[in-house]
Ligand binder design. Structure first.
Ligand code: NAD
Length: 244
């Protein structure tokens, strides 16, 4: 059974990705920073799943997340870098975007996905050889990393870095590992519950007239995971808002 490690998967987009990949026949490793009980309950509900807790702002815990996955499952076919943090800061309030906020977001949204790929690389390559098809990394970035928008400048700049890292890794790790990204617009999750202005924008202005449900993003992840050919792509999934 192929194994998928999905970071930040006890809520929101990550939970939908975990459910979808489970339906696609993956053994899923659920992960979060702190919601241990929710993670263990989800693991019991899915046919083949387990939960591992790790704070991805810490290098030692990034390494141990990969090591524990390999100890318990023996392989990693698919790594979904979904965990991320955000904070709303007006773009023109430059002093509010402090160095501490820049560093905290960069560590979780940019450095952690890169280091998880680094720690999982040998296992992903081994899987590719075993199955005779490339292993896969999927980064969840944001349309804010493509367009000059988003909750804050540190968040959007970090997601732009993640998109570029996706292309750089796709080149470096081919042909054994494909690396792609999904760049959602507004998705209805706990993170965006209070984002009334963004919700109004999507309802009124986007061609699809709504924000995404987490399942819409999980569908794109399943498509990318299923391909043996796509690599280095950043798939903007924003209901067409970028066209307006
Ligand atoms: P969420 O808050 O529901 O989930 C975020 C997950 O990240 C949680 O499981 C949390 O445990 C994990 N996480 C946060 N900090 C962590 C840390 N230090 N260590 C380990 N895990 C940590 O958010 P969501 O809306 O489902 O977002 C998931 C991803 O999608 C994020 O990368 C986010 O930037 C991206 N995204 C979300 C939207 C949206 O509108 N919701 C839009 C574009 C991109």
């Amino acid at each position: 059974m192929p194994v998928a490690l999905v970071t930040g998967s006890t809520s929101g987009i990550g939970a939908a990705i975990a459910h979808r990949l489970s339906r696609e026949g993956y053994e899923v490793v659920l992960h979060s920073r702190s919601s241990v009980e929710a993670g263990q309950a989800m693991a019991r509900d899915l046919p083949a799943a387990r939960y591992i807790q790790a704070d991805l702002s810490l290098e030692e815990q990034r390494r141990s997340l990969v090591e524990q996955t390999l100890r318990e499952c023996g392989r990693i076919d698919l790594l979904v870098n979904n965990a991320g943090i955000s904070e709303v800061i007006a773009h023109n309030d430059l002093l509010a975007a402090t160095p501490e906020i820049w560093q905290r977001m960069h560590e979780v949204n940019v450095v952690a996905p890169f280091r998880l790929v680094a720690h999982a690389r040998a296992a992903l390559e081994a899987c590719a050889k075993l199955r005779g098809r490339p292993a896969c990394v999927i980064n969840i970035s944001s349309h804010a990393g493509v367009r000059p928008k988003g909750a804050s400048i540190p968040y959007s700049a970090g997601k732009a870095a993640l998109n570029h890292m996706t292309r750089l890794l796709a080149l470096s790790l081919a042909p054994d590992i494909r690396v792609n990204a999904v760049a959602p617009g507004l998705v209805e999750t706990p993170l965006t519950e209070s984002w009334a202005t963004a919700r109004a924008l999507w309802t009124e202005k986007s061609p699809m007239r709504r924000g995404a449900q987490p399942q819409d993003i999980a569908q794109v992840v399943a498509l990318l995971a299923d391909s043996d050919y796509l690599t280095g792509e950043v798939i903007v999934s924003d209901g067409g808002l970028n066209l307006t």
